[in-house]
Write a new protein. Structure first.
Length: 361
């Protein structure tokens, strides 16, 4: 966080741990879904909830570490060098596999135009579908929203303080969110951007404003049980109620509420994990969460292919799930060390002197 006279870089270990748990939710959901022809609804909740948490954290971190005017070029460089390299590497690798080893995939398709749109973070229909707006690397759909959020954020680089920027972005994002009521869901590119998925980013920005004013650090420990009760209640609702049977706006609000409550809990309890070791397992999972999110599908696909090739029976299913999740974590750690960290160092090296910033996922 930058002040008028001194730059302070604050790392929220609790938020980092929560980021890792959000990535794990996505991994667990995809690991269980992959071998099933028709996965039950509850498995989809894992991934949707994990991504919602990611969006809230992203809105919080991006707003918090840029409290006032910043250089647009510097901001976009840092975000590009943080997000793009690993995503491009994974996407190009997947494209090559789709071309030369198509039998490995259940639904992945490839065309040059589709690959270009995927690399450019532009929404595009999966070839052969009419309402599936995901890129070649399917989890990358969330990155299309991330990049869109960065572009809108950078347009307000001139704001003298974060509150003014948050208010203005509330008007812009609020208009886009309101537009979701007037377009057919998944019916067009417009429907991709006029979407309730923008709500978590906006909520995260307001959580950052409250963090700056000490709201969460002043949270009474005596109130923690009440907060945890509502967290548990909101999560239980996600997994026990079939939200697909109610209007999509209400479903989105349910995910938003549970995600915001979890991030608030993390911020309120951060004081107790500030001095936790960087070697802590959960912190390390949080550090490599971006790699975990993007690379786990390769491990999941390979893991279940091995399971089927070995002809293992149902008794081995739980062991296979555990093994795939562990392998995904190991693969993510390797990806973080050999791909993410070098590019992060490059980003810091190229950043303008006197304006260093942390590199959140």
């Amino acid at each position: 966080m930058q002040t008028n006279t001194v730059l302070q870089i604050e790392k929220f270990n609790s938020v980092q741990i929560l980021r890792g748990l959000a990535a794990l939710l996505v991994v667990i959901g995809h690991t269980l879904q992959h071998p099933m022809a028709e996965p039950p609804r509850i498995l989809g909740v894992f991934g949707a909830f994990g991504v919602s948490i990611f969006f809230v954290i992203s809105g919080f971190i991006i707003s918090y570490i840029n409290p006032r005017g910043f250089t647009p070029a510097g901001f976009m460089w840092r975000r590009i060098i943080r997000v793009v390299p690993l995503y491009w590497i994974c996407t190009v690798f997947l494209a090559l596999c789709a071309v030369y080893l198509p039998s490995l995939f259940k639904s992945t398709s490839f065309t040059p135009d589709y690959l270009f749109n995927s690399l450019a973070f532009l929404p595009a229909l999966v070839p052969g579908t009419v309402d599936d707006w995901r890129p070649l690397l399917k989890p990358g759909w969330s990155l299309n929203y991330e990049i869109f959020f960065y572009i809108i954020f950078v347009l307000f680089w001139w704001c003298e303080n974060s509150l003014r920027r948050t208010v203005l972005m509330t008007l812009v994002l609020g208009a886009l969110i309101s537009g979701a009521f007037f377009v057919e869901r998944n019916g067009s590119i417009a429907a991709f951007y006029f979407n309730f998925n923008l709500m978590p980013f906006l909520a995260g920005m307001w959580l950052a404003e409250m963090q700056r004013r000490g709201v969460w650090s002043d949270f009474s420990v005596n109130s923690l049980p009440v907060l945890l009760f509502f967290v548990a209640l909101s999560i239980a609702a996600l997994f026990s109620i079939d939200l697909t049977r109610i209007p999509f706006f209400i479903e989105s609000l349910a995910y938003l509420l549970a995600s915001v409550l979890l991030v608030v809990t993390a911020l309120c309890t951060d004081r107790w994990v500030k001095d936790i070791s960087p070697r802590n397992l959960f912190v390390q999972i949080g550090d490599s969460s971006y790699s975990l999110y993007l690379t786990h599908m390769f491990v999941v696909g390979a893991g279940w292919a091995v399971f089927n090739r070995l002809g293992l029976s149902g008794w081995a299913f739980p062991l296979a799930v555990i093994a795939i999740i562990i392998a995904s974590l190991i693969g993510a750690k390797i990806s973080y060390l050999i791909i993410e960290k070098p590019f992060m160092r490059l980003g810091r090296k190229k950043a303008k002197l006197g304006n260093p910033v942390p590199q959140p996922s």
